[in-house]
Write a protein that binds this ligand. Structure first.
Ligand code: PRP
Length: 213
């Protein structure tokens, strides 16, 4: 039997995914060892392999066929823009992609001013401002702690993930516009979907049965 390979975004999401997989009888004992430095884990009996990668690399592994299946946030799927099938919403890790900033920036969003937008997600920011709002903006790519940008005067607004909203609140910022809801998704390589149709479909079906509302 050919292995079915999973690429999981490491961190909280991988742990949640493993718990879901356990509920449908897919286990990988080796992966539970918190101290292990191994990157790839095998369940010989079920013909499955799992590896953990940086979230932004999951779509790359899946598109190019190094993994058949990936589990990753919708934010990463949108930002990477890879060719793959998004087959299931796991309804976990729910949050929102938003435009945020100080209340004073609201006016600039409404009057179409040439503003600066800082984000870890330049592609999502560009798509939103150019194709949805039809507003020309300058996009500044950052790699983290994006909330700093409007505070120190690097940009007028940010495009970032909002979960509880507490990071914004504690920094005197607020949600100004909502771009889209986000959650963890299962993605599948386009060729694997055809070649391993039965196994993958059964997996999606089983997962759907145990998903939270
Ligand atoms: C994310 C996001 C926000 C924060 C939102 O950051 O970029 O900063 O979480 O969560 P909240 O609405 O519940 O406060 P992350 O922890 O991934 O770190 P980073 O962006 O600074 O790398």
């Amino acid at each position: 039997m050919k292995y079915l390979t999973f690429a999981l975004a490491k961190g909280r999401l991988a742990k949640k995914t493993l718990r879901l997989l356990e509920q449908i009888g897919i286990t990988c004992e080796e992966m539970k060892d918190e101290k292990t430095r191994k990157l790839i884990f095998v369940n010989e009996e079920l013909g499955l392999k799992f590896f953990l990668s940086k979230a932004s690399d999951v779509p790359t592994y899946v598109e190019l066929g190094a993994a058949d299946i990936g589990v990753v946030g919708k934010d990463t799927i949108l930002e990477e823009g890879r060719k793959l099938y998004e087959v299931l919403d796991l309804n976990t890790g729910k949050c929102r992609m938003c435009v945020a900033g100080p209340a004073s920036a609201r006016q600039k969003l409404n009057d179409g001013s040439l503003i600066r937008v800082a984000s870890k997600y330049p592609r999502i920011a560009k798509d939103y401002f150019y194709n949805v709002k039809h507003q020309t903006v300058e996009i500044i790519k950052l790699n983290g702690s994006v909330e700093l940008a409007p505070i120190v005067g690097l940009s007028e607004v940010i495009v970032d993930i909002v979960e509880t909203g507490s990071t914004l609140k504690e920094n005197g910022l607020e949600v100004l516009e909502e771009i889209c809801p986000l959650s963890a998704r299962v993605v599948v390589n386009e060729v694997s979907m055809k070649m391993q149709h039965e196994r993958i479909n059964k997996l999606i079906h089983d997962l759907r049965e145990v998903l939270p509302e």
